[in-house]
Design a protein around this ligand. Structure first.
Ligand code: F6R
Length: 243
């Protein structure tokens, strides 16, 4: 696992963007696993500005709220359209279907999509409780794409995008941890003080289902990019040069 600590959120976005574009340029056909939320916004801004060659790239998103139509302002499909897909052209883009009548089938279909398009690089954020995608603490490390009940910590963190907390969906479809771990390479980004405890648990705590992100320590090809605040509680990063 490679850990890079940068000074600012802008530096983080630039480093992560360069990393992603290098993977996109490495092969004729590439699949990127993408995330929503605040963490990747700076990266997607660089995509919109630089418009890297991407017509050979398929994207597969991590998760979607259940009950929000793809056209709903707060759906993750809509987030991706606005942040990226309306400006940068990809070969194909996949986001789980949160309005499927048969949710189990939607999960199974998504698992098949991932199997058909093995992910070359998976971009991840991290929740304050250590979640990756919507895999909340306690989720099995071998889980596949499934329906989840969101925790109050996640609902509260995500309520900033909604008018009121009651409007945040309480369930979602998420790629499982086992699905995520199949990616050939993983890039996790985190910034800000509110992520510092989760980062400490991920890097220095036990590898345990109580901290879903901790399993990344056992994946063979992971890069973590942190800003100084997110890295601030990690004793093991104290002497590391900030880049
Ligand atoms: C989003 C996702 C989540 C977020 C995490 C951090 O697709 O899967 O795991 O990455 O909740 O969210 P932000 O970046 O908003 O702090």
């Amino acid at each position: 696992m490679k850990v890079i600590v940068v000074k600012s959120n802008q530096d983080l976005a630039e480093k992560a963007y360069e990393h992603i574009v290098a993977v996109m340029e490495s092969k004729k056909e590439v699949t990127l696993g993408l995330a929503t939320g605040g963490s990747p916004v700076g990266i997607y801004e660089l995509f919109r500005k630089n418009k890297p060659r991407s017509a050979h790239v398929t994207t597969i998103n991590l998760d979607e709220y259940i009950g929000l139509a793809p056209t709903h302002e707060q759906s993750y499909r809509q987030f991706m359209n606005k942040q990226l897909f309306e400006t940068v052209e990809f070969k194909e883009t996949f986001v789980p279907n949160g309005t499927a009548t048969d949710l189990q089938k939607a999960c199974d279909d998504y698992e098949e999509i991932v199997a058909k398009h093995p992910i070359d690089l998976q971009l991840l954020g991290i929740g304050q409780n250590g979640h990756i995608a919507f895999n909340e603490p306690g989720t099995s490390f071998t889980s596949k794409t499934h329906v989840v009940q969101l925790t109050s910590s996640t609902i509260n963190a995500n309520s900033r995008y909604f008018e009121k907390e009651e409007d945040v969906p309480t369930t979602a479809i998420t790629m499982g941890i086992g699905t995520i771990l199949k990616a050939k390479e993983i890039l996790l980004i985190a910034s800000g003080k509110n992520k510092a405890e989760a980062i400490k648990q991920m890097l220095e705590g036990d590898v345990t289902e109580a901290c879903p992100a901790s399993i990344l320590r056992e994946h063979p090809n992971v890069t973590i990019i942190l800003d100084e605040e997110a890295a601030s509680l990690c004793g093991s990063l104290k002497d590391r040069q900030t880049v």
